[in-house]
Design a protein around this ligand. Structure first.
Ligand code: ZN
Length: 378
């Protein structure tokens, strides 16, 4: 009765099936060109309705703090499966799922994915809005289109420009929902949206590693260096090359704020709260701290952010050794003319303290980020 089919043959898919042994499936994440180890996976199970299957991960634990993410509608919507079904022992990490009758097509993933199809749904939601323009940043190495999205004041004479970049590390999908929340706020029929559309042109690069997002790569620590270590010398990644050429001339000295959105490690210390990666530049760290307190004052309990949780330079992984070789995006943007506040944000995959994160709460945080940006610029 081996009619169970497990595959990753769709955008964002990533799995290696080692063997199927009755109700026990042995799988591991596909590391591809990753230097070292990472934890992204995303697979589909068909033909398992009515059965209970246990999925064993054979290359260390790759299950986060709220269990696997699950989708019953081909990846349109996701929820957390929870940890009841998980056995996270170091020797045999696994989870068990009882497929209901009729559940003939179920996806599981490390966290909630965000793909081209999700971006297109976002764009469709704002169709006809003259304050949103989707243009081509470049063609990717594999021939896809990498977008640049302009939102807000598009008349060519905004008071401020703001840059948002996302998915330098393609597996860091939760950050994309934060980006959506920010752009939604810029376009919203609110007093705040109005202020943005009068004063600010936001430029968002939703997928700096578009091929990696769609192919389901890890992206982090990609060989020979990943997209966020590509801002020095001649860039090897086409999106970064295009971004470095485009942003300075687009800015014309009016770019004031740049946020590069990331997700941290899967769990543990410094990976279960939202934070700014502190700059080694003292003056910039001061601006980051000032922004942090504005942001904290706007975030409620639903998406907790504490400025005290920011990671000062020289602490934990935020040390010189993490940044060689190769310059990262926020260091590069910090050196642009007129820049005041450039920062990398880490938004966790599954929880911020006791609060479970979802696409909705990530979008809510993105809206707070927009509100704080206004507070900071005003
Ligand atoms: Zn990252």
């Amino acid at each position: 009765m081996n009619d169970i089919r497990i595959d990753a043959a769709y955008p964002g898919g990533n799995i290696i099936v080692e063997r199927i042994d009755g109700d026990h499936i042995y799988v591991r994440q596909d590391l591809r060109d990753t230097k070292g180890w990472w934890f992204y996976w995303n697979f589909r199970v068909r033909g398992a309705a009515g059965r209970a299957l246990t999925f064993h991960f054979t290359n260390r634990n790759v299950i986060g703090t709220r269990g696997p993410a699950v989708s019953f509608d081909d990846g349109m919507t996701w929820s957390w499966l929870g940890t009841e079904c998980v056995r996270a022992g170091a020797d045999d990490p696994s989870f068990t799922h009882a497929f209901r009758q009729g559940d003939d097509n179920v996806r599981f993933a490390f966290a909630m994915p965000y793909l081209q199809a999700d971006l297109e749904r976002f764009i469709a939601r704002h169709k006809g809005d003259g304050h949103l323009a989707v243009r081509q940043l470049c063609a990717t190495r594999k021939g896809r289109v990498a977008e640049r999205i302009h939102a807000g004041n598009l008349d060519g004479h905004p008071v401020f420009r703001v840059l948002l970049t996302c998915r330098h590390h393609c597996c860091e999908s939760m950050a994309s929902y934060v980006l959506e929340g920010f752009l939604d706020a810029v376009l919203a029929p609110t007093e705040e949206g109005k202020w943005f559309r009068a004063n600010v042109e936001a430029l968002a690069i939703p997928f700096v590693d578009k091929d990696g997002v769609e192919d389901g790569d890890q992206g982090k620590n990609r060989a020979p260096h990943d997209h966020n270590r590509d801002y020095e010398g001649e860039s090897i990644h086409s999106e970064v090359r295009a971004l470095r050429a485009f942003v300075p001339q687009w800015s014309a000295g009016t770019l004031r704020v740049a946020f590069d959105l990331h997700c941290p490690w899967m769990c543990g210390k410094n990976n279960e709260h939202i934070y700014i990666v502190g700059s080694s530049n003292e003056a910039l760290w001061k601006e980051q701290t000032r922004f942090g307190s504005i942001l904290e004052s706007l975030c409620g309990n639903s998406v907790p952010y504490r400025a005290a949780g920011n990671l000062p330079y020289g602490t934990d992984w935020n040390a010189p050794t993490s940044f060689t070789p190769g310059k990262n995006c926020s260091r590069w943007t910090s050196e642009l003319d007129g820049m005041r506040l450039s920062a990398s944000f880490e938004f966790p995959y599954a929880n911020a303290g006791a609060v479970t994160l979802t696409p909705e709460s990530a979008r809510a945080f993105g809206a707070h980020l927009a509100a704080a940006t206004r507070g900071y610029l005003e």
